[in-house]
Design a protein around this ligand. Sequence first.
Ligand code: GDP
Length: 457
Amino acid sequence: MSTICAVSTPLTEGGLAVIRISGDNAIGCAERIFKPFGDKKVSGMPGYTCAYGRVIDPENGSVLDDAMLTVFRAPKSYTGEDTAEISCHGGVYIARQVLRLCLANGCTQADRGEFTKRAFLNGKLSLTQAEAVMEMISARGEQALRSARLTREGRLFERIDGIKKQLVTLLGELAAWVDYPEEDLPAVSSEAIESALTDAGRKLERLIRDYDCGMVFRRGIDTVIAGKPNVGKSTLMNALLGYERSIVTEAAGTTRDVIEETVRLGDIELRLSDTAGIRGTDDRIEQIGVSLAKKRLEECSLVIAVFDTSSPLDGEDLELIDEIRRLGKKLVIVLNKSDLGGGLDRSAFEGIEARITEISAKHGEGLDELREAVAELFGADEYDADSTIFANERQKRCAEGAREKIAEALEAVRVGETLDAVTVMIDAAASELMELTGEKATEATVDEVFAKFCVGK
Ligand code: GDP
């Protein structure tokens, strides 16, 4: 395999820049462009050792920089190949010049994620671990980093592998029974098959749920505050923000634009849009607001629908109720102005799947209940931050595929289809899981994973 090189640190000014070289010729290349002080020879350096010296252009002997060289010997390196890392001063120009020397001395430029891809191909990492490396690089908070680290340590692989082994054992038993009927092997009862499949399906279900929940913590929730003018949407948003953001007035229809803010509701981040309401209007500017509001409603993950609990629902409220019923989004119904006493008839909300909370946005009352309602809707109150979760949508897709195939197999057992047919479905489920871990990943999958990496990783 070719010897690759890249600048592994960001190409900006900094204290240090690291140029990484990996492949059969890595030490040879380092030997040509790096001269240790004293009588040390690069080719004689054992793995896990460093040398202090100079980067020199072998063409003309000119000195580029003082630097440190670290040597790793195959297979004990990140990639599993011979690797050399040059740490030089962190200027963009210097780093580029060292890279140029590497390229002129037997290396080719690494592709995105190629070091990690080689680690995967050399069996140093599973595909899930490689993806966790990427998650660790992009982790923005403690929760995200912790779960990426657990995956990097192989925990997700172990869990998926455990489920896969369960399926493979079942396949083995079925195959033996189907292929050697004369051997007098004990029959695999449909109860035993059902119970193994149900168990595997549940474990996958749990992983998928934890992923959805983990995403809530990682990315926040796109939320729309909806409601007719004057019910107190801006006041609620301000209460959540803890400061005055939009203009609050007594006149209906003042919140015309979509206003976006991010608030923290306990552990959860809400990306809020406070909208102009969705009523029909002749006002051109208001019409723009209304169509924007409808678009937001279509796209968001959570709707906080606000009503004025002190007065009866009117046509516009009912229009909103129809709209949210049609959208089928996760929903919290907020009955605002609880301080004014109730005049609103709740029967209009019957049959809608939603949490209903009473608040007084003006007085900041009931916000805790609102937070609890949101956390409960997203399962965040049961979320275990130490659970291992998928690093990305690709992994989740594979798990969902496997879960579907398992459900099909279960159904097939229940309706008494042939064991051959059941075997095919279980086999397909196991393949999905091997696609997930990378044991049987197609080239396209491997390329998809590593194309998202940065150069140098
Ligand atoms: P929006 O049009 O839905 O954004 O409504 P605003 O937030 O502008 O509020 C309209 C009016 O209702 C303002 O006068 C607010 O002070 C008042 N308001 C909002 N929330 C409450 C509340 O909880 N209690 C009472 N009494 N008045 C409120």
